[in-house]
Design a protein around this ligand. Structure first.
Ligand SMILES: *[C@@H]1O[C@H](CO)[C@@H](O)[C@H](O)[C@H]1NC(C)=O
Ligand SMILES: *[C@@H]1O[C@H](CO)[C@@H](O)[C@H](O)[C@H]1NC(C)=O
Ligand SMILES: *[C@@H]1O[C@H](CO)[C@@H](O)[C@H](O)[C@H]1NC(C)=O
Ligand SMILES: *[C@@H]1O[C@H](CO)[C@@H](O)[C@H](O)[C@H]1NC(C)=O
Ligand SMILES: *[C@@H]1O[C@H](CO)[C@@H](O)[C@H](O)[C@H]1NC(C)=O
Ligand SMILES: *[C@@H]1O[C@H](CO)[C@@H](O)[C@H](O)[C@H]1NC(C)=O
Ligand SMILES: *[C@@H]1O[C@H](CO)[C@@H](O)[C@H](O)[C@H]1NC(C)=O
Ligand SMILES: *[C@@H]1O[C@H](CO)[C@@H](O)[C@H](O)[C@H]1NC(C)=O
Ligand SMILES: *[C@@H]1O[C@H](CO)[C@@H](O)[C@H](O)[C@H]1NC(C)=O
Length: 694
């Protein structure tokens, strides 16, 4: 007995020691692509950006880290190819996780973050303001994201196995830019001087958490978008492209989204707060703000350069190279406990004490004039506010404009000063809240690494201040020693627009105008995040006070997108029939594009999640083998309605042949689903003629 006890005691202590640097690790990936046609895209907030096909599917990548000795301490970080996290999708995901896993995965330890891309499907956010260009809420987009994130988490959970973690970073070459950002320059000179070697007005450091041979999660503040506003093909943008490039370099024969190696390129959106006009054409200068420079480079395999596809791949490749550089170095082993903390914070009227002892207050949300201040300033023309409010271009605006935001009170004007208020969204609750008041404040600790999960887009200096404050607090309160490594991730969980420093706020450029809770927004966040640091201790005492969870809005959301009425093939033709065939007589070569056009049907009938709308098949040993899907960047799926009255449409499937493609016989296939006027949706396949590649 005694021997057994001492053996148990020994194994428990060994287990405890092992738990310090051994973790349970789970990684999973899943498809979250909503309707790829007839739906507004999310990011640029441009009414005209309605999707018309697919470049690459959007994915969610889930990373679970747990202690080996207990199920109690786990974190789930989801990096989704979407523009920003949202309270509605988060609520639905957490409810489904609770139903399936009980108390394992909760609001406290699950973070739903984004790559902040700008070419995904829109309509999933629950507040009014981001719904204006998407004509309200689009349930199909929302469901695709919720289901896909859950599947990614399920897959990560099913893959849980012991392993170790390591962290490292690199300075990304060519990441600096040449311009004079006036808002950034408003920050104190002494503070700016500290960061000259780290990129000055743009953070050039990529940090990477390695999951060994199973994958990685990186954090790099390049803006997640490099496809232009005039692109209407749904894509995963540069971070999703980088993930694809990395994953396919490890497992070249696996189909996109079906690899076991998971490369998560997390966003931490930073912006120096300056207009982007006049910037030279450079793929490496992409930054927050959403306006992408005029790059018209032409590269092999890309025919749509005028939409930014080439610079998208360049920016992706820069990130892939940086990740490879980090993984080629000797990384620092991550060790320590796994902890998490989460509270809701009502930012509408939050009172707190500044470090100098003065009491400060945030304000109910408001957008300043520069928010809508023209296209040179940055993202989102939001033409609904600039134009004549009597136009009938946007039926959603027609409904909500009658609820247009209340005239700000003197107190609100004073609180938001010096911001001139354009939209007093914090007081606009009809037909439902225009902007969130309550945001998620969350931190995830994995050993000596702490992820500060933020509900907005930070400027470069705001991000540094937040990171430095959290790190200093971790060290001074003895929670982590000098090895404390802090990264910022987001926009995650909720979308509360921008976060500038107070000095930048005073300049009231686009970012200051979009810092919705007033000049002390950043200070309030710093105060809250640092006050939660003690709850990341190995043995935390108590639980932090939290405001109430934000009200549920999804069920009252207005949705104006009409469903598919019906599909029909032109008389004498059938769905999937070839209208324009491939060239059969002469061989294709690397660099050329093969195209076939088919009698189509609306892809909104079936999103084909985890599947594909097309394939490139190769004849191998007398049998057809699928070698490309709709998520290979070399393939495009384009849908066009030819008659609304007749319900007819066409689909173009194209493949730009990569160099190194084996010579042989190939064909293109189109997978569609048609909806009759009466009856149920049925699947069909279209197949091109055989063609040769030599
Ligand atoms: C990069 O890693 C080094 C070595 O671990 C560390 O000293 C440095 O603080 C890191 N840089 C950033 C910005 O985190
Ligand atoms: C952009 O990257 C290229 C190649 O890495 C480099 O030569 C150039 O100097 C960079 N431009 C800027 C403005 O940093
Ligand atoms: C995905 O990978 C699994 C396991 O490697 C394989 O069985 C399956 O056929 C693959 N699916 C596709 C669509 O390639
Ligand atoms: C798309 O927008 C970019 C950037 O504004 C522009 O340079 C390009 O010409 C546009 N392409 C088309 C086809 O209009
Ligand atoms: C914020 O606080 C002020 C002063 O206490 C109060 O008048 C106002 O109604 C509050 N606003 C909100 C949105 O809670
Ligand atoms: C405290 O700091 C705030 C913000 O920097 C400033 O407005 C205020 O005047 C300071 N109060 C004192 C007493 O110095
Ligand atoms: C619409 O515009 C007119 C003048 O441009 C303005 O007077 C009116 O208040 C606006 N109405 C709303 C609901 O914004
Ligand atoms: C589809 O291909 C046809 C034939 O090449 C072309 O005329 C048409 O413009 C293409 N449609 C789209 C949406 O690209
Ligand atoms: C394409 O190739 C397959 C396999 O060799 C063959 O069965 C089929 O008849 C070919 N189709 C055409 C249209 O030539």
């Amino acid at each position: 007995m005694t021997r057994l006890f001492s053996f148990l005691a020994l194994s428990a202590s060994v287990l405890h020691a092992v738990a310090q640097s051994q973790y349970l690790l789970g990684l999973g990936i899943a498809d979250i692509t909503g309707p790829v046609v007839e739906t507004n895209m999310m990011g640029y907030a441009s009414l005209g950006q309605t999707d018309s096909g697919l470049h690459q599917r959007q994915r969610a990548r889930a990373f679970i880290v747990g202690e080996t000795a207990t199920t109690a301490n786990r974190i789930v970080f989801v990096n989704a190819d979407i523009a920003m996290g949202d309270t509605g999708i988060r609520r639905a995901i957490l409810a489904a996780l609770a139903a399936k896993y009980g108390t394992l995965y909760t609001a406290q330890n699950v973070a739903i973050s984004s790559t902040h891309q700008h070419s995904g499907v829109g309509g999933y956010l629950e507040n009014v303001l981001p719904q204006i260009t998407s004509l309200g809420f689009v349930p199909q987009t929302y469901n695709a994201i919720v289901q896909g994130v859950l599947l990614a988490i399920d897959r990560a959970h099913a893959s849980l196995a012991p392993g170790t973690l390591a962290i490292g970073n690199t300075t990304v070459a060519g990441g600096n830019i040449n311009r004079s950002p006036t808002a950034y320059l408003a920050n104190p000179a002494a503070e700016r001087a500290m960061y000259v070697s780290e990129g000055g007005d743009q953070d050039k450091i990529m940090s990477l958490l390695s999951f060994g041979s199973r994958g990685f999660l990186s954090f790099f503040p390049v803006h997640g978008t490099s496809l232009y506003e005039n692109n209407t093909l749904v894509s995963s943008d540069n971070k999703g492209m980088a993930a694809y490039l990395y994953e396919s370099s490890i497992e070249p024969t696996a189909m996109p989204g079906n690899q076991t190696f998971v490369a998560g390129l997390g966003a931490f959106c930073e912006s120096p707060g300056q207009p982007y006009d006049g910037m030279p054409c450079q793929a490496n200068t992409s930054t927050c703000g959403g306006t992408v420079t005029d790059c018209h480079g032409r590269g092999p395999g890309f025919t749509l350069d005028s939409f930014g596809f080439h610079s998208n791949e360049m920016i992706a490749q820069i990130q892939v190279n940086a990740a490879k550089t980090i993984l080629g170095k000797s990384l620092s082993t991550v060790s320590g406990t796994v902890r998490s903390v989460h509270v809701y914070l009502d930012m509408a009227n939050h009172t707190f004490t500044l470090p100098n002892g003065t009491t400060a207050q945030t304000c109910p949300a408001a957008m300043g004039f520069s928010f809508a201040g023209g296209t040179t300033d940055g993202p989102g023309a939001f033409d609904f506010v600039q134009g004549d409010n009597s136009t009938t271009q946007n039926p959603f605006w027609e409904i909500v404009k009658s609820f247009v935001t209340p005239v700000p009170s003197a107190a609100q004007v004073a609180c938001q000063a010096p911001k001139p208020i354009l939209l007093n969204t914090g007081y606009a609750t009809q037909p439902y809240a225009w902007s969130p008041s309550t945001v998620d404040i969350q931190m995830l600790k994995v050993g000596n690494l702490v992820m500060v999960v933020v509900p907005g887009e930070l400027t470069t200096m705001a991000g540094r201040r937040l990171r430095n404050a959290v790190r200093a607090q971790l060290i001074s309160s003895g929670i982590i020693d000098n090895s404390a490594y802090v990264v910022v991730a987001g926009p995650a969980n909720t979308y509360a627009h921008y976060i500038t420093t107070r000095e930048e706020y005073a300049i009231q450029r686009y970012e200051g105008a979009s810092t919705i809770y007033g000049q002390y927004t950043l200070e309030a966040y710093i105060d809250k995040y640092t006050s939660l640091v003690p709850f990341l201790a190995n043995t935390p005492t108590g639980t932090p006070a939290s405001d109430a969870a934000p009200p549920e809005l999804t069920s009252s959301a207005i949705s104006l997108q009409t469903g598919v009425v019906f599909d029909a093939a032109p008389s004498g033709k059938s769905f999937g029939q070839v209208l324009v065939d491939v060239v059969k007589t002469t061989a294709y070569h690397a660099g050329s594009t093969v195209l076939a056009q088919f009698v189509g049907a609306n892809p909104r009938n079936n999103l084909r999640l985890e599947g594909t709308f097309l394939s490139v098949d190769q004849l191998v040993g007398g049998a057809w083998k699928m070698v490309k899907t709709d998520s290979h960047p070399s393939t495009l799926y384009q849908w066009a309605r030819t008659s609304t009255i007749l319900g007819t449409s066409t689909v173009n499937i194209s493949w730009t042949i990569e160099s190194g493609t084996p010579a042989g016989t190939y064909r293109l296939r189109y997978f569609g689903d048609s909806k009759p006027l009466i009856g149920s949706i049925s699947a069909f396949t279209g197949t091109s003629s055989n063609f040769t590649v030599s």
